[in-house]
Design a protein around this ligand. Structure first.
Ligand code: 5AD
Ligand code: SF4
Length: 472
């Protein structure tokens, strides 16, 4: 039988990255192998995001290019999945005649059947059915043959919060937690294939298990902390209103839980937070930051901020800048407010003009850059434990790599900072260190990464948090 190939193009968040892997594994059951380029593919799936208008435009412009490609390759199957598919449904078939399949965020486990129908009948299908209480399907992890150091594991889907700017509750549905047994099965299988770090994914992990009588999120973390062979646990995203006194001590008590939290604040103004329906005040946010730092002094805190929410005054924006100065985040993702058709904020008055929003974004990013760089420079001279991931991106793109001490390797600190580094060992010895914790002396700090040289390739088993020493 001739091989069949699938090409997956993923736009958007980590949840989509995880879903794309699940799609690939499900289509592998039909004999589809992953194509190395779009030209080689028999099926191309675009996994889409609709959180901001730009991401949605990206999906449609790619679909336009694929339509042209299909003119010379009539049997090419084009599928659209993810959040745009869920939001637009049928309309995509009207707008994009080359598209064969539109499948929503809860249709991934039905995909093999849908693709088979298209293969045999050359029909066009839309499946955007949403269940009020969907089961998160079992992962197909066992069939994976490639090994990676770090993987995402979805622990919940959907969101019940209804922040006024956000489409997630509409395109991902009600909040549903995956059963702990299913999560633990996936993590054990991943560790068997060589995975050493997992990032637990959910829109609001703090409310894991609530309403479903499952264990709590901190209890889940305790179970995962016991998994032998696993070195690091991360999670994202936490909602500040739900970050409680039960979770904060986990950063101190669980040796595998990395000292990093992504805690999106969205705005520093109480007036804007109210209009966003975030259900906390700036004072409550700052109090949680203080508690996190009191409990785990080395914790890195990153955040998301939306600039130019409808009605955001100059004074509101200044409150955001003040908050950023007070917290000194380790990193910040800042976004221009984007009107989304299904989100309630679309109806709010006092929309800001694009140039004002752009200017504010620039001011915010420049301010944050100073803090990020300062924090990274402060690490120069310290030794950081880095989970070695492989060759650095720069090295891979500059291939063929020279074997020798000038090879550049990459990994992350427990606080999630990227470290590129050299090693004195031979390339083969270095390769054996992929997936292991390596002590790296930091020589330089930039705005987005650190640079250094490995000095201790066999770190003591003294726990993950205690070994790192920080420069003053
Ligand atoms: N406009 C701009 N940014 C948005 N985000 C979510 N919805 C919007 C929107 N309509 C941002 C939030 C969220 C991140 C994932 O995307 O900051 O935390
Ligand atoms: Fe969207 Fe708010 Fe839910 Fe995050 S918590 S997914 S921003 S509704």
């Amino acid at each position: 039988m001739n091989s069949k190939y699938i090409y997956l193009h993923t736009i958007g968040c980590q949840m989509n990255v995880y879903d794309s892997e699940q799609i690939a594994m499900r289509l592998a059951t039909l004999g589809y192998e992953q194509a190395s380029s779009m030209a080689q593919a028999d099926v191309i799936i675009v996994n889409t995001c609709t959180v901001r208008a730009k991401a949605e435009q990206k999906a449609f412009s790619l679909l336009g290019r694929l339509a042209k490609m299909k003119r010379n390759k009539k049997r090419l199957i084009i599928g659209v999945g993810g959040c745009v598919a869920q939001q637009e449904g049928e309309k995509i078939l009207d707008r994009m005649p080359a598209v064969d399949l539109v499948f929503g965020t809860q249709a991934i486990d039905r995909l093999p059947r849908l693709i088979q129908q298209i293969e045999t009948r050359r029909c066009r299908i839309v499946d955007v059915d949403m269940d009020a209480a969907p089961e998160i399907p079992e992962s197909l992890v066992e069939s994976r043959n490639e090994s990676q150091v770090s993987k995402f594991v979805t622990i919940m889907r959907g969101c019940d919060n209804h922040c006024t700017y956000c489409v997630v509750p509409f395109v991902r549905g009600r909040e549903t937690s995956r059963k702990p047994e299913s999560i633990m099965r996936e993590i054990h299988s991943l560790v068997k294939t060589g995975v050493r770090e997992i990032t637990l994914l959910g829109q609001n992990v703090n409310s894991y298990g609530k309403n479903q009588n499952l264990c709590t999120f901190p209890e889940l973390l305790c179970m995962i902390n016991e998994v032998e062979g696993l070195l690091r646990i991360r999670f994202t995203t936490s909602h500040p209103k739900d970050l409680g006194s039960d979770l904060i001590p986990a950063f101190r008590d669980l040796d595998k839980l990395c000292p990093h939290i992504h805690l999106p604040v969205q705005s520093g103004s109480n007036r804007v937070l109210k209009r966003m329906n975030r259900q906390y005040t700036r004072e409550q946010y700052l109090d949680k930051v203080m508690k996190l730092r009191d409990t785990c002094p080395q914790i890195a805190i990153t955040s998301d901020i939306i600039v130019g929410f409808p009605g955001e005054s100059k004074a509101d924006f200044e409150q955001t800048l003040e908050l950023v100065k007070t917290v000194e985040f380790d990193g910040l993702f800042a976004f221009q407010y984007s009107d989304r058709p299904q989100a309630p904020s679309v109806k709010l008055p006092d929309k800001l003009s694009e140039p004002i929003i752009r200017k504010r974004l620039q001011i915010l990013l420049e301010l944050q850059e100073k803090f990020t760089r300062r924090k990274n420079v402060a690490l120069v001279g310290s030794t950081q434990l880095v989970l070695m991931d492989g060759l650095s991106k720069k090295q891979v793109s500059d291939a063929p790599a020279e074997i020798g001490p000038d090879l550049q390797w990459t990994g992350r600190t427990s606080t999630n900072k990227i470290v590129n580094f050299h090693m004195d060992e031979s390339a083969a010895d270095c390769e054996n260190l992929i997936g292991k914790l390596v002590g790296v002396r930091i020589d330089k700090g930039f705005s987005h990464s650190l640079f250094g040289r490995a000095i201790n390739v066999e770190p003591s088993a003294g726990g993950l948090k205690g070994v790192e020493n920080y420069a003053a």
